[in-house]
Design a protein around this ligand. Structure first.
Ligand code: PEP
Ligand code: MG
Length: 329
């Protein structure tokens, strides 16, 4: 099977009837691995900027961050690179920022923490902007957005950083320093109910199905006792993903999925059936997802989705997908 999958690696990700899907990469520290250059992808859908922060003993300086981000932007010079601002807290501790909380996943995480520490946030976005001088592929993504006011505040700081950097570096605005597109993660259920308002503030959405699953089901994504309850195939999760796709289509906003579900071949099929046209995943899933998409027709996907949305239990969805995949060989 591996060799059949590899034979398709250079071909576009599209269904048999020609529905094109763009495949993007989730990236953390793996930038130094050479095989990434060979991957047939359309860009970086999620650069988890907190990962290099977690590997250090102290906050990287602005200059250090500029070098880190330049390296990533240069690695994919002709493709969009979506850099997420620091998403620490919850399951992602920083060794030099002690947090003691009873409910870390409901606590000081992601954008909440960085807006309370604008000096950290400003240094990071200034570094991203400085790294993007002379390039045009930077996009910025905000994690853990719950309220429109968080986006407004982050956008204000981004604007401030943009004009500061442009002036300090003597950049011609819009010529060698572009204002990056701004997006928000849809991963807190509250965001689903504010899509129109959020859409008026940002250029794109990215669905974090990992946290969305955790918060919709009220199941800690890392607690082994309840691991069997944490399931992106839960009917409520599938229904909400379906609804997000539909609403984004109505709003005319680009939306991608960057949680683990997008890199799961069965999950990818359901997401494409819902209308998602951009999926972002770990490197080792890219060719598998491409292969499975190339072996299915849109009409089949619609039948699968209708069945999945009617299922009462995740196992029903799983066995329906497994059956379908078996018939595909
Ligand atoms: C997610 O929540 O789905 C996501 C992509 O972000 P992370 O896994 O880094 O929280
Ligand atoms: Mg998340």
């Amino acid at each position: 099977l591996k060799s059949i999958v590899a034979e398709h690696a250079h071909l576009p990700a599209q269904t048999q009837d020609g529905q094109r899907v763009s495949l993007h990469l989730n990236l953390g520290l793996d930038i130094h691995q050479d095989y990434l250059r060979q991957l047939n992808i359309d860009g970086v859908g999620l650069y988890r900027s907190e990962i290099p922060f977690m590997m250090r003993e102290q906050l990287p300086t602005e200059d250090e961050q500029v070098e880190m981000y330049k390296e990533v932007l240069d690695y994919f010079p002709d493709q969009p690179v979506i850099m997420r601002t620091l998403d620490v807290g919850g399951d992602k501790p920083l060794p030099y920022l002690k947090l003691q909380e009873d409910n870390p996943f409901l606590g000081w995480r992601g954008i909440r923490l960085t807006l309370d520490h604008p000096e950290i946030f400003l240094v990071q976005i200034r570094a991203m902007l400085r790294a993007s001088i002379g390039r045009s592929n930077l996009r910025i993504l905000l994690p853990m957005i719950t309220s429109v006011s968080e986006v407004e505040e982050a956008a204000r700081l981004l604007k401030q950083a943009y004009f500061e950097v442009a002036e300090e570096q003597g950049c011609a605005v819009g010529v060698n320093l572009f204002q990056p597109q701004l997006g928000v993660m849809i991963e807190v259920p509250a965001a689903i109910y504010q899509l129109p308002m959020l859409a008026s503030k940002v250029d794109f959405f990215s669905v974090g199905s990992n946290d969305l699953t955790q918060y919709l089901l009220a199941v800690d994504r890392n607690n082994r006792r309840v691991a069997s309850l944490y399931d992106a195939y839960h009917p409520a999760v599938l229904a909400s993903l379906d609804e997000i796709a539909r609403r984004c289509e109505e709003l005319g906003k680009p939306v991608s999925v960057c949680g683990e579900l997008a890199g799961d071949p069965g999950g990818a099929l359901l997401l494409v059936a819902m209308g998602y046209r951009q999926l972002s995943m770990n490197s080792y899933n890219v060719d598998r997802v491409r292969w499975i998409l190339r072996n299915v027709r849109s009409s089949t996907l619609q039948v699968m989705l209708a069945k999945a949305l009617q299922a009462r239990r995740p196992e029903q969805v799983r066995s329906m997908i497994a059956e379908k995949m078996e018939s595909m060989g």
